[in-house]
Ligand binder design. Structure first.
Ligand code: FPP
Length: 247
């Protein structure tokens, strides 16, 4: 197998962590056991990305639509999240990781928000990888909110509507200041974007694997990176043009 080129890794990796439920079902276990195993994978992948020098890692941990799941599952996921954030802050400090959340924070239980606040504050001085969890996140909702903010600013005379361009729009999203993802990984064989970073994924390379999230490991991550390294990113240009000036 080809070796990984450490100079051609994605600067920003985004992941849709899917298949916890199926992983559990295949083993006649409760869905929550799949989520627990999924958290272990999160730990491994965060650590590995940080070790490899990935600048930004964004994980889809809970969608705006996931609130519709059975109450017991939502409750268990929130408990896992709280436990994860509390438990990982020390390791984030050791690995120089900065913690961040995108999504509708006001929907989350107060105790989860308190842990988030604490982790963001403690890790704010770190300069290594930015770890972003998407929680109660929906991309359409994010874009509607951005349009509303810009419309409000225009109505208040703070900005000229003609000044609203791609940069201004990007800057009004939760991901303001974060470069767009270079690679998106989705596990468990589903080939959908599921309302995740719709604007930000415009030129992102997409990688789908049949492996369920609890079984995704360092080797699977390396496989995804090798595949990424075999792609030619043209950003609308021709191959010949790319030889002359890399975007
Ligand atoms: C998809 O599996 C996964 C989720 C809805 C949530 C992802 C959550 C975790 C990995 C655990 C908590 C996260 C952190 C960061 C501590 P699914 O339940 O949709 O699986 P299925 O499609 O097989 O049912």
């Amino acid at each position: 197998m080809n070796k990984l080129d450490p100079k051609n890794l994605p600067r920003h990796l985004a992941v849709i962590m899917d298949g916890n439920g199926r992983w559990a079902k295949q083993r006649m276990l409760r869905r929550i056991v799949g989520h627990q195993k999924g958290v272990e994978t999160v730990r491994v992948i965060v650590e590995e990305c940080s070790r490899l020098g990935i600048g930004y890692l964004t994980l889809f941990a809970f969608s705006a639509e996931n609130w519709l799941r059975p109450k017991t599952e939502v409750k268990a996921l929130m408990a896992l999240l709280k436990q994860y954030i509390r438990g990982e802050t020390v390791r984030m400090m050791q690995n120089d990781i900065r913690f961040n959340v995108i999504g509708n924070r006001q929907d989350l239980p107060e105790d989860v928000n308190a842990e988030i606040e604490n982790a963001i504050r403690k890790t704010s001085g770190n300069r290594g990888m930015l770890l972003t969890l998407a929680l109660s996140y929906g991309s359409r909702q994010e874009m509607v909110a951005a349009a509303r903010t810009l419309a409000r600013d225009a109505a208040a005379g703070k900005i000229d509507p003609e000044e609203i361009d791609e940069n201004a729009f990007s800057g009004s999203l939760f991901t303001a200041g974060i470069p767009d993802p270079d690679l998106l990984i989705r596990t468990s064989g589903e080939m959908r974007i599921s309302n995740f970073l719709l604007w930000q994924l415009a030129y992102t390379e997409l990688y789908f694997t049949d492996v369920n999230w609890p079984d995704f490991d360092r080797n699977e991550l390396a496989r995804a990176f090798r595949d990424y390294q075999s792609r030619e990113r043209r950003f609308g240009k021709t191959s010949e043009q790319l030889g002359q000036d890399q975007p």
